[in-house]
Design a protein around this ligand. Structure first.
Ligand code: GDP
Ligand code: MG
Length: 736
């Protein structure tokens, strides 16, 4: 970089080197002849029998040295032409490289173009053969292309000398500009690969530095691609540090190989084609395409203007349906195992505070959440499936049009989709957006995407109140989250974060049959987070909630429950001392029922007088208009720590020791006055209210300001209250 600038300033005498690169038969030589006329020199590149043409002309007050590079399809060092071309750009550092692109064969040409973009050189695109492209009925949006890749673009017709003068003017302008914009927009690889690139780049920056004149990111990419020539040069130029770098690279490559079961260079090539497919989709509107391939055929349907969206909605709906119905079976097994454990402990342990904590605090709290592990596994499996098949980027692509309505593009939808899993990485994923406004806007709307931690709440409550239609209700909740985030985005874009969205390329990688191994790895990576949370924050949360609901234990009950119960037990013993006929058995059952009623009344009174109950009563005025009683209010409050805790709190308050999926849960809710309408109101509130602690911390970190953090907290809670209020009061008016 720096020596290029030196070169520029020292060359104020106005001599510039312009290299022409491009695919074979793209018209390089034609354009070269066009520019240089008769003033050309033909020779060979040193050491090889590849023809080298160069010419010098005077134009616009400059001495222009034009080089016709050998035609290549890529810059991998597999052929002499590729090596010559690459070395010329790397070592001779021409002031500008003009990529002559065959406009009638855009996809193939763009592969070289993206590779040139990765090199640290100034590139400009000539869309040659513009006449042929036009005759075929294709239309290329050159401004869009220019915007997407941050590269100047112009049309040329080489054999008719059209556009050549403009091309030269642009090249001179570019050579003279100090702008470094030309390095910003390039292929972004998948996270696993980008992580490795970062590691290598960091190593090069700290341990090698200026000993290596190549762009560091580019060097890292070449190393991952196992580029022999670059490896040799690194060792030559940098000695020991270079060898260490190569060793680091070997281990990273091995890591990627395990991850993908494929050479990293193959994966990266695929991803470049994905990037290109995304560009084509944005800039090319055409009739016939010569190459027919599977991915494109599938895309004709899945990203179709009319059917693409319904299919997308269907997939998401199917995902939740699957999560709910298939997840039910293992859930029953886990539920009965948890009950089994707690009943064994119940019999084994002597009556004590510790026993109460263990059974009604820890097992009730953690147990009611661990139940949902199968649901999480299925949900994460589906999300991984979307990612690994390549459908995820199509979903983002589809959403692009809708996202544009709120002044964002489809790329912002990826954090939002990830928000379905967990908002913490989702907020982090907004980093890939280039403009700060886009980033903040995306971060503000992402938490409305219902994260998987809220799923247990929906499953338990919707399961209890909407039984067969629970899947649909849950799906509608997710949809509501999406709509709220879109409306919010629109609102903020026009009020708070004005400005246009930055251009970008939506990668469309080829569809792939997913590998079970990588699906399982991705699913497990995410589930691990869930389990860790279970052991940490949910365990602690459960203990705190239990403590708040078990104390103070010196309550003055309105009736002497224990005395009453003892009295009834006494009468039973007295009566059953007599003959054991059926009338007596009937009386026995009756008495037992009386005891149960008394126990429940005692429990209710205890809960209401506990600290938890007092907090709840204090909050009651806020939640009353939403149809949520103090128990729900407290549960919502504790959910601030982590959303799963909402359900464990209910489990603890209702004293359901053996998990919440059981019918007891629904019965307990109904007995305390929850109706389907207030259940819906509660779920809407949980869907929209403030993000969990971890997400809030991440919002602070990523926006770098307390202002946006507090804004997000108050805005979302306000929206939640208003929405739940509308649902509940509206529903009541309609007579539900
Ligand atoms: P090179 O391999 O990149 O050097 O390509 P050439 O310059 O040899 O061109 C290949 C063929 O394409 C020649 O027959 C040119 O006349 C033709 N050609 C070059 N530019 C254009 C163009 O813009 N339109 C059309 N129709 N033909 C072109
Ligand atoms: Mg040629």
């Amino acid at each position: 970089m720096s020596d290029r600038k030196d070169k520029l300033t020292s060359m104020a005498q106005k001599s510039l080197t312009i290299a022409l690169a491009g695919n074979p038969n793209s018209g390089k030589t034609t354009i070269f002849n066009n520019i240089t006329g008769t003033r050309q020199k033909v020779g060979n590149w040193p050491g090889v029998t590849v023809e080298k043409k160069e010419g010098v002309i005077k134009k616009y007050g400059y001495d222009l040295k034009i080089i016709d590079l050998p035609g290549t399809y890529s810059l991998t060092p597999f052929s002499i032409e590729e090596i010559v071309t690459r070395d010329f750009i790397l070592e001779e550092t021409p002031d500008v490289v003009i990529d002559i692109i065959d406009a009638s064969n855009l996809e193939r040409s763009l592969y070289l173009a993206t590779q040139l973009r990765e090199l640290d050189c100034k590139v400009l695109f000539a869309l040659n053969m513009a006449d042929i492209a036009q005759a075929r009925g294709g239309k290329i949006d050159k401004d869009k292309l220019s915007e997407l890749l941050a590269v100047p673009v112009t049309f040329t017709v080489g054999n008719k000398s059209e556009g050549i003068d403009d091309l030269i003017k642009m090249a001179i302008e570019m050579a003279e500009s100090e702008s470094t914009d030309y390095t910003v927009r390039r292929v972004k690889y998948s996270n696993d690969i980008e992580d490795c690139i970062d590691k290598l780049q960091a190593f090069i920056e700290t341990k090698i530095g200026t000993d290596l004149s190549y762009n560091h990111r580019w060097t890292a990419i070449k190393l991952l691609e196992n580029d022999q020539i670059i490896k040799e040069r690194i060792i030559q130029k940098t000695g020991q540090a270079g060898s260490d770098l190569i060793r680091l690279n070997e281990s990273l490559r091995q890591h990627l190989l395990n991850r993908f079961d494929d050479e990293p260079e193959i994966i990266m090539t695929d991803e470049r084609y994905g990037f290109i497919a995304g560009i084509i989709k944005e800039v090319y509107t055409g009739s016939t395409r010569q190459r027919v391939d599977m991915s494109r055929n599938i895309d004709m349907v899945l990203t179709n203007r009319f059917v693409g969206f319904p299919i997308f909605i269907f997939f998401i709906w199917a995902m939740f349906q699957l999560t709910f119905t298939l997840g039910e079976y293992p859930m029953i097994w886990i539920d009965s195992s948890v009950s089994f454990i707690s009943s064994i402990l119940m019999g084994l342990l002597p009556e004590s505070l510790f026993k109460d904590l263990l059974i009604n605090g820890i097992i009730a709290g953690v147990g009611s959440v661990i139940l949902f592990l199968p649901n999480f596994l299925i949900l994460f499996f589906c999300i991984s499936l979307f990612e690994d098949t390549g459908y995820m980027s199509r979903a983002a692509f589809l959403m692009d049009k809708i996202m544009h309505l709120i002044g964002l593009h489809g790329k912002s939808f990826i954090p939002m989709l990830m928000g379905f899993g967990c908002n913490v990485p989702a907020v982090m994923a907004a980093r890939t957006l280039e403009s700060e406004r886009d980033r903040i806007l995306t971060i503000l709307i992402t938490p409305f995407m219902s994260c998987s931690a809220k799923l247990p709440v929906y499953i338990a409550i919707a399961g209890a109140f909407f039984s067969a239609r629970a899947g649909t209700v849950i799906f509608l909740l997710y949809l509501t989250g999406i709509i709220v985030s879109i409306v919010t985005g629109r609102l903020f874009r026009s009020l708070l974060l004005k400005g246009a969205d930055a251009p970008f390329v939506m990668e469309l990688p080829p569809y792939r049959v997913p590998m079970i191994k990588s699906l399982v790895i991705h699913m497990w990576d995410r589930s691990k987070l869930f389990l860790r949370k279970m052991g940490g924050i949910i365990l602690i949360g459960s203990i705190v909630v239990w403590t708040l609901s078990a104390f103070p234990d010196t309550i003055q009950y309105s009736i002497d429950y224990d005395g009453e119960i003892a009295r009834i037990k006494n009468t039973i013993e007295n009566e059953t001392g007599n003959d054991n006929d059926s009338v007596e058995t009937g009386r026995f059952v009756e008495k037992n029922a009386e005891i149960t009623v008394l126990l429940k009344a005692k429990q209710k009174e205890k809960a209401e007088n506990s600290y938890m109950g007092r907090i709840g009563k204090f909050l009651a005025p806020v939640f009353d208009p939403l149809g949520i009683d103090w128990r729900g209010g407290v549960a919502i409050l504790t959910g601030f720590v982590a959303k799963e805790i909402v359900i464990s709190t209910l489990g603890i308050i209702y004293n359901i020791g053996d998990g919440t999926q059981s019918e007891d849960f629904g019965r307990a809710l109904r007995e305390h006055g929850m109706t389907p309408l207030s259940a819906l109101s509660m779920m809407v509130f949980v869907l929209l209210y403030l993000p969990c602690l971890a997400t809030i911390a991440m919002i602070k970190k990523e926006t770098g300001s307390f202002k946006w953090m507090f804004f997000s907290i108050f805005y979302s809670t306000g929206i939640a209250w208003i929405s739940a209020f509308s649902v509940y009061q509206g529903g009541k008016l309609l007579g539900f």
